[in-house]
Design a protein around this ligand. Structure first.
Ligand SMILES: O=C(O)CCC(=O)C(=O)O
Length: 285
């Protein structure tokens, strides 16, 4: 209820703006992606359409299916992946196929990361997801991508970027999100979840960005086709990579300063005090 003699009605009313009172700080970012940045801050997610073209999507789709077979052969079969609730995931596909390196460095994603995380951020994880029709999928359980973490942060520390290789529809089990839950420590009640869960509907070629602390899940795929996506978790360098990318791929991604930072070469723990100091010398950079 406004005070009777309200001293300040905000002046943007003349421009058809939103009315408020008692407000002297309003979100403002001078950035081409400002509207998306704002959605990530407040809702915990945003969708940018038309990032990948049809040819790229076809090629990624084939590669995801092929690499899943390769990784299951490495492991000795799907049953082992199922036993650790990791079926239908391709882990770190960029180590097997360079088109996933191009996706991991996609300029739209990198621009948004830089705008939110600043100049230094690391690819903590890349995985390709296959949500198959009517199979039990562990990812249909609500979770944060920073598992087991119950705290809040006024700034995002890690972000997800989920490239939609197939359309994200309710029928094929698109990602569902619980807006605003990145701003609370605990998981909400069942009634809240049922009332406020939102399917993140998006055409193929879109990217869904999330604060990694946002509760989300895969939907149940009741269609007759798989839904594929390529997921990234990108964060500040004090966090560890899921798979040590420099160890996995060797030096071949350390091509420039950005890549040395982004793929984690620069942030690997030093093997000794002397090595740590030597790495700080100007010529070592
Ligand atoms: O399949 C999806 O859309 C969500 C996947 C997911 O929750 C995850 O990879 O953490």
């Amino acid at each position: 209820m406004p005070p009777k003699h309200s001293p300040s009605i905000t002046p943007n009313t003349a421009l058809g703006g939103v009315l408020h009172y008692g407000v002297n700080r309003v979100f403002h970012r001078n950035h081409p992606l400002a509207a998306h940045i704002e959605e990530i801050y407040y809702n915990g997610f945003t969708i940018i359409p038309n990032v990948l073209d049809a040819e790229t999507l076809r090629s990624l789709s084939d590669a995801i299916d092929r690499l899943y077979t390769v990784q299951m052969q490495e492991l000795g079969g799907v049953a082992l992946a199922e036993s650790i609730y990791d079926a239908n995931n391709v882990r770190c596909p960029l180590a097997y196929d360079d088109q996933f390196i191009a996706i991991a460095k996609h300029p739209v994603m990198i621009d948004l990361m830089r705008a939110i995380l600043g100049d230094n951020f690391v690819l903590m994880m890349q995985n390709a997801i296959i949500n198959r029709p009517v199979e039990g999928n562990y990812q249909t359980r609500w979770h944060r991508d920073l598992n087991y973490q119950h705290w809040t942060s006024s700034q995002p520390l890690t972000l997800n970027a989920l490239f939609c290789v197939d359309p994200f529809l309710f029928e094929n089990g698109c990602t569902h999100v619980l807006p605003g839950t990145h701003l609370r420590e605990e998981f909400p009640s069942d009634a809240f979840v049922r009332k406020y869960q939102v399917p993140a509907l998006a055409p193929a070629g879109s990217v869904i960005f999330m604060d990694s602390m946002l509760y989300h899940r895969a939907g149940q795929n009741i269609s007759n086709k798989p839904r594929r996506a390529v997921n990234h978790v990108i964060g500040l360098p004090f966090l560890a990579q899921q798979i040590d990318i420099p160890a996995f791929v060797g030096d071949r991604l350390a091509t420039d300063d950005f890549s040395k930072n982004y793929f984690g070469y620069r942030w690997r723990p030093a093997p000794s005090a002397k090595d740590w100091r030597l790495a700080k010398l100007p010529h070592a950079k």
